[in-house]
Design a protein around this ligand. Sequence first.
Ligand SMILES: [Zn+2]
Ligand SMILES: [Zn+2]
Length: 399
Amino acid sequence: MRDHLLEKARVLVKEGVCDHCLGRQFAGRESGDFEEIGRKIRSWAGGDDGNLCILCGGIFDRLDELSRKGIDALKEYEFETFMVGSRMDRILEAVEECLHEFLEIGTGVLFKVHFNREIEKRISAFYGKRVSRNPDITLIYNLSDFTVDLQIKPLYIYGRYRKLVRGIPQTRWHCRECRGRGCEKCNFTGKMYEVSVEELISEPFLELTGGKGAKLHGAGREDIDARMLGDGRPFVLEIENPRRRRVDLDLAEDIIRERSGGKVEVLGLRYAQGNEVRKLKSSRYRKKYRVLVEFEKEVNMESLKNALEGLKERTIEQKTPTRVLHRRADRMRKRKVYQIDVLSMTGLKAELVIEADSGLYIKELISGDEGRTKPSLTELMGVACRVEELDVVEVEGGL
Ligand SMILES: [Zn+2]
Ligand SMILES: [Zn+2]
């Protein structure tokens, strides 16, 4: 080691620094990990190591004990990858910055980074797990009170759901009266509807994973009174704070079907990534519907078919439907109808099949919503029409 560096090392040793902190100042100039470098330099510089380290205040003497805290905190969690971060007193960083300026040394390795690496090394050795920058679990060490917080990456499951009955919303719907706190109007459930697709799917998963909560992200949503049939609708379930990350997905499918009593089924479950939620939300899928329409007065097949021709391959302009205006902004929406055909007609009713862009309001396409949707079946027929039953029979695409 060069004389001028050794001189600086002597100053440090005299002030009192531990081997870790000493080594960190000269990293890259000698080989070995920081502690080894520190030990080597101390032997050249002379002097004892009796003093409390001015740089870390003795934290590096407690690495094993502090790693143990992290190891204990992780005990109940299943994970493949992890990472350590830390919060520390600005004062410790400031001391080191001053020192670098004063001695004109320093290798750019921050105290914090050094500490995190040392803890990571020990936890990795204990559990045999990898360190990653996009980890399942992040441990945050608070170096002022030596507590450890965990940040657990949510677990994401992709699949498709079928809703086989009417009257269930896709997601939990807070009671309008109490906003979820529970009141007389909602029978103290805090909810507008007793159960939702979200709850029927997430509850079994919360039990299997030990998670704290779950959110269903759907590729669009059907009306509460519409069924979701065919191959189902793509979704990603996001499970917060899972204790277990590997669950039997086939078993989950079975439990969901059984517990929901045939209301909801899921298929094609697989593990997913967080960024798939955004993908799912931003993509537009074509959808196919089966619609039972009721006419105000009798119509004949020919005039119905003519009216449907007028909707085929047409772009429909829709102002926000009156029925959702209380919770959505009044906007103009443009969506295309690709196919629209009649399957059968009896008396005042006809069964139609419609293929359209996702987001097209089908009920309003039929009723016209008092002129807010144009064109509409009502407008083209000159007879008031309304949807009696609606089923989504196909959602194209998926991830
Ligand atoms: Zn130290
Ligand atoms: Zn309520």
